[in-house]
Design a protein around this ligand. Structure first.
Ligand code: ADP
Length: 433
């Protein structure tokens, strides 16, 4: 104290004593006052230092609490092991990975959670960590309380804590289950991708086969049909052979329709259909389609009603393809409606579209069939004479052709035996005329 003034305590006391001996009381008083002042300043300084120390201590406690919190709630297990591998500290996540309460784990050798082989790997890791003085990572299976294995990755670091306790190990433990699942999923995805590629190749081969097959089937049909027609002309008054020829004629035409459908579907799948669009009146399309299916409806004594919008609507469409769409839906209505049933065709404007509906009171469609009804080769258990059925491709063609025209199609039915309704929306060209 008092070094700044050039006087040590001993010097000061010595000076006071010599003053007292010499009776210099004023000088003593002055020195004492000086001493008191020095003490007061010193006390003040101490108080300030004390306050600063308290603040530092509070800050340290806060920081410790923060790290303790992080230590506990990190999604990674943290452990501190002594030099023999006995658990000294473990965070909540680490304890959860073992399945034990944290307080039970302290004093437990970590190797208890490892298999025999795991133990050997782990202990050699500890040795290497210590001798090489570096961090190591290894993957092991932790056998927790429940006995089930938990794959973990361990990061181990050796640290000399103090001369009494010697070395300690700090360890981070990462749960690898999610990573393993992700790896498995990735492997499955690769397998699925390979299956998908193989399926696509098979699908392409099938489409090409259908294209070749339908071409090959179509070629002989035209001469057969021509020959039958020639025979019909040659023997017009022969009743028995006339009937037989009519059967051949009808069946060959049916066959030709199936083959045409097959050809269309192979073209659609390979994106080979081009639309020949022109402004066309809906009424004309409906009439053309009706003309083609009328014989079938008459044969089955169906009652047909038609309601078309007034004023009529025009579409920018390929008439051949849209007639095919309407004809397909009408033919289906006729095929899947028992004799004597009714079929109703109606159309009305809906905003920028015209909505065409073809309804029947036939066998209907089961609810589980509805979502797949437009898929290729979909056929319900028809319950009717199978000879009426086709190949299950007509509706697929309908959907694709309607979509190519910028429209959409929907199927509806209250269920089996309750009739069906097919609705087609197509953009209208412009207001009439
Ligand atoms: P198909 O050549 O078999 O008629 P489609 O693709 O035209 O093929 O029709 C697919 C299936 O949808 C049919 O087999 C039939 O089960 C069902 N279906 C289509 N239209 C109707 C309808 N109007 N009423 C009931 N079922 C229908």
């Amino acid at each position: 104290m008092n070094q700044e003034n050039g006087l040590s305590e001993r010097d000061l006391l010595g000076a006071i004593e010599s003053c007292l001996e010499q009776g210099q009381l004023d000088t003593v008083r002055e020195a004492l006052r000086h001493l008191i002042h020095e003490l007061q300043v010193h006390e003040l300084e101490l108080e300030i230092q004390n306050r600063e120390l308290r603040n530092v201590q509070i800050e340290l406690e806060r920081s410790r609490d923060r790290y303790a919190h992080l230590f506990d709630f990190a999604p990674i297990g943290y452990l501190i092991l002594d030099g023999r591998g006995v658990i000294q500290e473990v965070n909540l996540t680490g304890a959860a990975m073992t399945g034990y309460e944290r307080r039970l784990l302290v004093g437990y050798p970590f190797t208890r959670f490892l298999s025999k082989e795991g133990r050997l790997v782990f202990l050699s890791c500890l040795r290497e960590c210590r001798s090489a003085g570096r961090k190591l990572a290894t993957e092991l299976v932790l056998i927790g309380k429940e006995g089930s294995g938990l794959p973990v990755r361990l990061y181990i670091e050796a640290a000399e804590s103090d001369p009494v306790n010697g070395c300690e190990y700090r360890m981070a433990m990462v749960d690898l289950r999610e990573q393993r699942q992700a790896e498995e999923l990735a492997q499955q995805a690769v397998k699925l991708q390979a299956i998908n590629v193989a399926l696509q190749a098979a699908d392409r081969r099938k489409t090409e086969f259908i294209a070749v097959l339908s071409h090959e089937l179509r070629n002989p049909l035209a001469p057969i049909l021509a020959a039958v027609q020639a025979l019909q002309r040659m023997y017009p008054s022969e009743p028995r052979s006339g009937r037989l020829m009519e059967v051949i004629h009808r069946q060959v035409k049916h066959l030709a329709r199936l083959v045409d459908d097959l050809l269309d579907v192979s073209r659609i799948t390979r994106d080979k259909i081009r639309l020949n669009r022109q402004a066309v009146e809906l009424t004309r399309l409906v009439n053309d389609a009706l003309e083609n299916v009328q014989p079938l409806m008459e044969a089955r004594q169906h009652r047909l009603t038609v309601t078309l919008p007034d004023p009529p609507v025009r579409l920018m469409a390929d008439p051949v393809r849209l007639v095919q769409v309407i004809e397909n839906l009408l033919a289906n209505a006729a095929k899947y409606t028992p004799a004597g049933g009714w079929i109703h065709l109606s159309a009305r404007r809906e905003a920028a579209d015209v909505m065409l509906s073809i309804r029947d009171n036939g066998i209907g469609i089961a609810p589980e069939m509805l979502p797949r009804i437009f898929d290729l080769f979909t056929q319900a258990d028809q319950g009717l004479d199978r000879s009426a059925g086709g190949l299950g491709i007509g509706l697929h063609i309908v959907k694709r052709l309607v979509e190519m025209h910028g429209g959409r199609v929907e199927a509806g039915s209250e269920g089996q035996g309750k009739g069906s309704e097919f609705r087609v929306w197509l953009p209208v060209l412009s207001d009439w005329p």
